[in-house]
Design a protein around this ligand. Structure first.
Ligand SMILES: CC(C)(COP(=O)(O)OP(=O)(O)OC[C@H]1O[C@@H](n2cnc3c(N)ncnc32)[C@H](O)[C@@H]1OP(=O)(O)O)[C@@H](O)C(=O)NCCC(=O)NCCS
Length: 158
């Protein structure tokens, strides 16, 4: 598996990763995923002041990480890997690629939100330098009508 910067040609596959992972309920995105809308969002991100990387094996995109400009000097991190690509260091490699780029930018922080029960993702973020900054209590209205809390985690890059 290799990690490389995402290019426009990857954006459909990146959106496909979201569609494949969303039914697990580990992401903010819920089915049905607007794949073309997501691909367009990735195209705009890559063409603008954000950045993204893909996890690739045998020419197939297995996962991605994206950095989206938030408030000045802060990028928001989002990521997903299809089940077949997990548990082999790809998550760590994606996060490290994104943090390495952010450290060379003018940014001072990378932040993210994660469901409090997503132990695997939280372990990855903690292992790569993220700390918990807070909890959004009962914040997100889900398709089934429940309210979900999210952990806010962030990593200094200045
Ligand atoms: C979260 C995710 C990106 C991690 O990817 P991954 O390929 O499994 O990550 P890695 O193989 O690099 O493993 C990362 C770390 O988590 C640890 N880990 C793996 N499974 C774990 C589990 N069930 N509980 C706790 N830690 C776990 C690994 O030991 C590894 O630590 P190490 O690098 O110190 O050995 C991936 O599982 C995924 O896409 N999940 C669904 C979508 C998602 O949750 N996205 C994040 C939303 S905020």
């Amino acid at each position: 598996m290799d990690v490389r910067r995402a290019v426009v040609e990857d954006t459909g596959s990146m959106a496909g990763v979201i569609a494949a992972v969303a039914p697990e309920d580990t992401l903010g995105a819920q089915p049905p995923v607007d794949v073309e809308g997501r691909a367009q969002g990735f195209r705009e991100l890559i063409a603008g002041s954000g950045a993204a990387w893909v996890l690739v094996e045998a020419g197939a995109v297995l996962g991605y990480v994206s950095l989206t400009p938030r408030t000045r000097g802060v990028f928001g991190l989002g990521m997903a890997i299809v089940p077949a690509g997990r548990g082999r260091g790809g998550g760590r490699a994606l996060v490290e690629a994104a943090l390495g780029w952010a450290r060379l930018s003018d940014a001072h922080k990378v932040d993210l939100e994660v469901w409090p029960d997503n132990a695997r993702a939280i372990a990855l973020y903690a292992a790569t330098g993220f700390v918990v900054e807070g909890l959004r209590d009962r914040h997100y209205l889900r398709a089934d009508g429940t309210l979900r809390s999210s952990l806010i985690m962030a990593c200094r890059v200045d």
